[in-house]
Design a protein around this ligand. Structure first.
Ligand code: PMP
Length: 292
């Protein structure tokens, strides 16, 4: 899905992806020191619209502050640049990847004076596909919030995501589910997790997870549909009594979870609250459902 002729925004201009470069002595390269976003734009009756652009770019600013990376470009400017980027690349439905990084030669462990800003975009189908997922409870925990700001979308945190996801795949599963440092269910490597029980939804509270923008959207859509949502800690054992489960994320959108380890959820995803909210989510992002 990467085309080197594609244009990317880099530090003030639009350049070919093949002409963009980064120092091999960059802090980002060596220490995973950068922050990013994952955003989607959808074709709507009013043209291409970036879904929750403001929320995503506010989170990018939050992530920068949380790790000490300077970012001079305002939320409004970032949105404007992104629309121009989509236009220049003739993209209508697209995944957008802004990255704020420390690209100058610098091998120190101190926060840099400046930063670089890259925005790339490409066509990308649902990240975890359309099929319901066979999920493995991972032996890897999510990063400890006393060690790193887990609510920031920092690149280095994705070392944890990558090893957990690859481990689950190597063991024959589609995706991992990770616990927090207290043994409660936290989230997937790149998506939040919900379960359904007796017509209500449950998900981990903020604190030890990335508080997903899709997660918030799903909570809003559920409440509008009169479905109670509980944000509370729960252990993986509780999931043996759950009716159904699903994951949410900008790239993954809303995807059903078929099973956790050997346990198959009794309610088929298509009949679950998750499937109802997945349809509403699609209608919302494509402009067919007007937000309340
Ligand atoms: N948790 C993690 C670890 C993620 O990487 C993502 C994807 N950004 C999410 C949750 C979902 O967040 P969002 O809905 O904002 O994309």
């Amino acid at each position: 899905y990467f085309n080197t002729d594609t244009l990317v925004y880099l530090d003030g201009s639009f350049v070919k992806a093949s002409e963009a470069s980064c120092s091999v002595f960059a802090q980002t390269m060596h220490y995973g020191y950068s922050v990013f976003e994952g955003i989607r734009a959808y074709k709507t009756p009013d043209g291409t619209r970036i879904f929750k652009a403001k929320e995503h770019y506010e989170r990018l600013h939050f992530s920068c502050r949380a790790v000490g990376l300077p970012l001079q470009v305002s939320v409004e400017e970032l949105i404007e640049l992104t629309y121009r980027l989509l236009d220049l690349n003739n993209l209508q439905d697209a995944y957008i990847r802004p990255l704020v990084y420390a690209g100058s030669p610098n091998m120190s462990l101190t926060t840099p004076q400046g930063s670089n800003l890259l925005i790339a975009a490409w066509e990308w189908g649902k990240y975890l596909g359309d099929k319901t997922l066979r999920v493995m409870l991972s032996s890897y925990e999510r990063p400890n919030p006393k060690a790193v700001p887990v609510e920031a979308k920092a690149s280095g945190h994705y070392v944890n995501s990558t090893i957990a996801c690859s481990d689950a795949k190597a063991k024959g599963y589609d995706e991992a589910l990770l616990l927090d440092m207290n043994g409660f269910v936290a989230e997937g490597p790149g998506a939040n997790f919900f379960y359904e029980k007796d017509g209500e939804l449950f998900t981990a509270p903020p604190g030890n997870i990335l508080p997903g923008i899709t997660r918030n959207t799903i909570i809003d859509l559920a409440k509008e549909a009169g479905i109670a949502v509980h944000e509370k800690f729960f252990t993986p054992e509780v999931l043996l009594q759950a009716d159904a489960a699903f994951m949410t994320g900008t790239a993954a959108e809303v995807v059903g979870v078929q099973s956790l380890d050997a346990h198959v959820f009794p309610k088929p995803f298509e009949e679950s609250i998750g499937a109802l909210l997945a349809r509403r989510y699609t209608d919302l992002v494509t402009g067919k459902l007007v937000p309340a």
